[in-house]
Design a protein around this ligand. Structure first.
Ligand code: SF4
Ligand code: SF4
Length: 481
């Protein structure tokens, strides 16, 4: 598959197959000033799906921090306490494994969907796309549709223009600050944060992140828009490696559309020697990255499908079949058979399924208790009363449950081994860590080596199933010394 770079970005120039490279010896500037893109509003099936995506994803983003679970916020990433509360489960840094698996699943899902249907992520779910949709909606509400926006930008600065532009930027900034506030609300209880902001008493880090995240939203979705996708996002550069001739991509069908040309409605294109493309350039005008899909597959295409919607409307008006621009494969465009379900799709889906099942199983069977054994490094061993060898340890008992627990500590692994103080009962508050010094003693007569493994067993008093074992090293004097 050939991915052709577009000759220029910006829908003020309608680049098409007639564009030619500069003649030899002609100087060409390497820096091209950005031409602002004014995407035309579009309606249709894919626009509806994108709007639905915006509502669901932003609804989750702005709504989740307000959700309660028991007596605390349902999703709260408490960094100072190193506790991550997610719907009644508290994760600790020791649970990094789950995050690692989740990230692997997310990466695999990205590969899977890209292999299957191109840049679905970019077109429907990427935060840059989702927030830009909202910013463009605000822009349309304040400044009007595409022609009005273009006219306003060309017009000289008047009080009316200042008022319109000022209103738009004020709304953008307010929305961005709300976004920044929500972001920090995942790390600081959001209701407390609201009170702090109301009384202007937020901490320096909270203030910094609200402003930083707000500024990033304002700049990325308000000003930079397609520049983020084209110049900053690494995914755009390597996603073509996941494409092949059987990947569903948004394509213009040149065999059907060419030669393009305007004609009267109802005219027979074949009689005029034309294809179905009426060269209305609407597909370029709706494109948020300002490219012409008729130039072929380009890395600037984020797969938003706006050009499909608008072209289908044109085809409806002309009385032609829909689908001049459509989701299709390179093979299908060349009249070759297409295999959407191919080996790599099966491999990705099998690995994805396996990892997802493993993660769910690990979460369901997760034991909310962790024990770390730290040997006292100051003394290898101590001989007590001439007949007992004693080693000292520090046990870190992490109660990852949302309620306080009483645990009993036991030790095994060497004949005659016991704790100096038994029974060793430890109370640990909910989602808390207890540091418990313990002394382990073994009758010297039972020891015939200098090194042993001992096993510490920590068990909840009221729940026999809640039990964790952890190994430690026991050192003894040389036999006969
Ligand atoms: S919208 Fe359709 S008909 Fe109009 S220029 Fe684009 S491809 Fe041709
Ligand atoms: S070419 Fe079509 S699908 Fe690609 S970004 Fe432009 S409008 Fe969206």
């Amino acid at each position: 598959m050939v991915v052709r770079p577009a000759p220029a970005v910006g829908n003020q120039k309608f680049m098409n197959s007639k564009d030619t490279p500069p003649a030899a010896g002609v100087e060409q500037e390497l820096y091209a000033k950005r031409q602002k893109i004014y995407p035309r509003e579009v309606h249709g099936l894919f626009a509806t799906l994108r709007t639905l995506g915006v509502f669901v994803l932003l609804g989750l983003y702005y709504g989740l921090p307000w959700l309660r679970w028991g007596d605390r916020q349902a999703v709260l990433l408490d960094l100072p306490a190193r506790q991550f509360h997610i719907f009644g489960i508290t994760f600790f840094p020791q649970d990094f494994f789950y995050l690692a698996v989740l990230l692997i699943i997310a990466a695999l899902a990205l590969f899977f969907f890209t292999t299957l249907a191109g840049r679905l992520w970019c077109g429907y779910a990427c935060p840059q796309t989702v927030w830009t949709e909202v910013f463009m909606w605000i822009e349309r509400k304040v400044e009007g549709d595409r022609p009005r926006q273009m006219k306003l930008d060309k017009a000289p600065w008047t009080p009316r223009k200042v008022l319109i532009k000022g209103t738009k930027h004020t709304l953008w900034i307010l929305f961005s600050l709300w976004t920044g506030y929500t972001f920090v609300g995942y790390f600081t209880p959001i209701t407390e944060l609201a009170v702090k902001i109301g009384s202007l008493s937020t901490g320096p880090w909270e203030t910094f992140w609200v402003l930083f995240y707000g500024a990033a939203t304002y700049l990325n979705a308000g000003w930079m828009r397609e520049q983020v996708c084209i110049y900053m996002c690494p995914y755009a550069r390597f996603q073509s490696a996941m494409f092949d001739e059987n990947t569903l991509v948004i394509s213009y069908d040149p065999r059907r559309g060419e030669p393009r040309g305007s004609r009267k409605r109802g005219a027979d294109p074949r009689a005029l020697g034309l294809g179905d493309c009426i060269d209305c350039t609407l597909c370029v005008q709706v494109c948020p990255t300002g490219i012409d899909i008729r130039d072929g597959l380009q890395y600037q295409c984020i797969g938003c499908a706006a050009c499909i919607d608008v072209c289908n409307q044109v085809m409806d008006k002309m009385g032609y079949p829909r689908g001049l621009i459509r989701y299709t494969t390179q093979n299908a465009l060349q009249g070759k058979p297409t295999r959407i379900l191919r080996p790599r799709v099966f491999v990705y889906s099998a690995v994805l399924l396996l990892l997802t099942v493993a993660l769910v199983h690990a979460l369901v069977t997760r034991v909310p208790l962790e024990v770390d054994v730290i040997r006292d490094r100051n003394a290898l061993y101590r001989v007590v009363g001439g007949s007992l060898v004693e080693n000292t340890y520090l046990l870190k008992i992490i109660n990852m449950d949302t309620r306080p627990r009483r645990f009993v500590v036991a030790v095994s692994g060497i004949p005659g081994v016991r704790l100096a103080r038994e029974p060793r009962i430890v109370d640990v508050a909910a989602t808390d860590v207890a540091e418990v010094p313990v002394r382990v003693r073994v009758p010297r007569a039972r020891l015939d080596r200098t090194r042993y493994d001992v096993e510490f067993i920590v068990r909840a008093v009221d729940d026999r199933a809640l039990k964790v074992s952890e190994r430690g090293r026991f050192l003894a004097p040389p036999p006969g010394s």
